[in-house]
Design a protein around this ligand. Structure first.
Ligand SMILES: CC(C)(COP(=O)(O)OP(=O)(O)OC[C@H]1O[C@@H](n2cnc3c(N)ncnc32)[C@H](O)[C@@H]1OP(=O)(O)O)[C@@H](O)C(=O)NCCC(=O)NCCS
Length: 187
């Protein structure tokens, strides 16, 4: 499976309430709006965006990913309000093991509506079909209850805690590992 072939053009994915599409420069202020809120990056490896330049740097890297046909995030659009409300995507893809890892972030104004479960299910469809993965993983810091619930609700299984797995923001973090296998998805 060749990454650059599958990602020649990152396709739009549609769910009942969301559109996942490529990001563009027009999205920079919406990204800054949520990425600058400290609570959003409390359990992530990245720091809150201090200025629009931080969001521009993130967008530049994302757009470069699209152009290089590498894994890169989708922007999440709430269809009802046609509003850019977050991002999600594959953070890792190992074609040799048919394994990928997902990640996501949502604007706090939209938390608690089950949106990310929808986005995760759409990413799984992309992961198991065009990417032909056998296993999709997700990891979150043990304190990140909302993220753990999203993965559970999307059908992923809790596998255990990776002790002091991540070094971020000056300390080691215990991390929960979730996964779903192709055979479970097909069921
Ligand atoms: C993770 C994130 C996308 C979840 O978004 P969300 O809109 O709250 O997700 P959902 O509405 O689909 O589900 C959240 C679930 O967690 C539960 N939850 C949220 N915060 C909780 C808390 N502090 N304690 C216990 N449960 C909590 C909710 O009750 C809900 O469960 P339910 O549907 O059974 O009631 C969002 O919190 C976010 O963007 N966080 C910041 C970025 C981040 O941490 N990304 C993940 C990195 S691993």
């Amino acid at each position: 499976m060749k990454i650059k072939e599958v990602l020649a053009e990152l396709p739009d994915l549609e769910t009942e309430r969301l559109l996942l599409r490529k990001m563009g420069w027009q999205d920079v202020e919406d990204i800054f709006e949520y990425a600058s809120i400290p609570a959003v990056s409390q359990y992530t490896t990245w720091e809150p965006h201090q200025s629009l330049e931080d969001s521009q740097r993130f967008l530049k890297a994302t757009i470069e990913g699209y152009n290089q046909h590498e894994i890169a995030c989708w922007g999440i659009i709430e269809k009802a309000g046609n509003k850019f409300i977050g991002a999600c995507g594959f953070a890792e893809w190992r074609p040799d093991c048919a394994r990928g890892e997902i990640g996501y972030v949502l604007s706090p104004k939209y938390w608690g509506n089950g949106y990310m479960r929808e986005a995760v299910r759409a990413m799984m469809g992309f992961g198991f079909c065009p990417m032909q993965l056998n296993r999709i993983e997700g990891r979150c810091m043990v304190e990140n209850t909302a993220s753990a619930r999203v993965m559970e609700k999307a059908g992923m299984k809790f596998e255990g805690v990776l002790r002091q797995h991540l070094f971020a923001k000056g300390i080691y973090h215990d991390v929960k590992m979730y996964s779903i296998l192709r055979q479970e998805w097909i069921k």
